[in-house]
Ligand binder design. Structure first.
Ligand SMILES: Nc1nc2c(ncn2[C@@H]2O[C@H](COP(=O)(O)OP(=O)(O)OP(=O)(O)O)[C@@H](O)[C@H]2O)c(=O)[nH]1
Length: 216
């Protein structure tokens, strides 16, 4: 956080291939910076940083109104269709050091498809997050459930969805203090919806006392 009337938050997207990381990045930034499309193999092969415009009057701190700037790092999925775990890990570490090395990371968003059950693949992704972020990973991780439109089509809302969720998912949510957000990246995301998602993210960051993680 700087002394100016602006705050920048640094976010990292991680998730298995085709979970909707790039689409979520675009929703968060209100742009089409990241290449996002359906594919039988991994689309994203290297890390990319996207930066939002200044969002005025977004939040307040110490009685002052602050504008917000969002930095989002998109990453290759893991498990990936052509990169090994070491290659993905190395690429993400290097990108974190390059782009968030001085300011640190506010929050990693573990991107999970809400329309699919958790399986072996996600356990590998979670392992990767733990290894990347280190022992305090639980304080710096939130889940971004994509495909919220499919959940709605199935007649469920967030509460009903979690009521029938697996113990594995409930335990994961409990370990990260119930930090989760449902997003529908297919919707022509209205500015207001985008702000609702960003407000939730800001709340998670505030609850963590605006701490940042310096990834070595
Ligand atoms: N219905 C629906 N489709 C989505 C949503 N989010 C992403 N998708 C679709 O899922 C597919 C994969 O999305 P991407 O954003 O490319 O996913 P990714 O995780 O970046 O993919 P890789 O780079 O291959 O790892 C695309 O066809 C998206 O349009 C969502 O919330 N709802």
């Amino acid at each position: 956080m700087s002394d100016t009337d602006e705050m920048t938050i640094n976010l990292l997207l991680v998730g298995r291939t085709q979970s909707g990381k790039s689409a979520s990045g675009n929703s968060l930034l209100g742009s089409f910076d990241f290449d996002s499309h359906l594919s039988p193999s991994s689309v994203t092969t290297c890390c990319r940083l996207g930066c939002s415009c200044r969002i005025s009057g977004f939040t307040r701190r110490n009685g002052h109104e602050l504008a917000l700037r969002v930095h989002v790092m998109d990453t290759p999925g893991y498990p990936h269709s052509s990169l090994s775990k070491e290659e993905v890990q190395q690429a993400v570490r290097a990108a974190l050091a390059q782009h968030f090395g001085d300011e640190g990371l506010h929050l990693a968003l573990l991107v999970l498809r809400a329309d699919l059950p958790l399986c072996e693949e996600e356990s590998h992704t979670i392992q990767l997050v733990q290894e990347l972020l280190g022992p305090t990973w639980k304080n710096f991780t939130a889940i971004l459930f994509t495909h919220a439109d499919k959940v709605e089509e199935a007649g469920l809302n967030g509460d009903k969805y979690l009521h029938i969720a697996s113990d594995t998912l409930l335990n994961l949510l409990s370990s990260i203090q119930q930090r989760y957000i449902f997003v529908d990246n297919q919707a022509n995301t209205l500015q207001e919806e985008r702000k609702t998602i960003l407000r939730k993210i800001m709340e998670f960051i505030r609850q963590n006392s605006y701490q940042v993680l310096l990834v070595k």
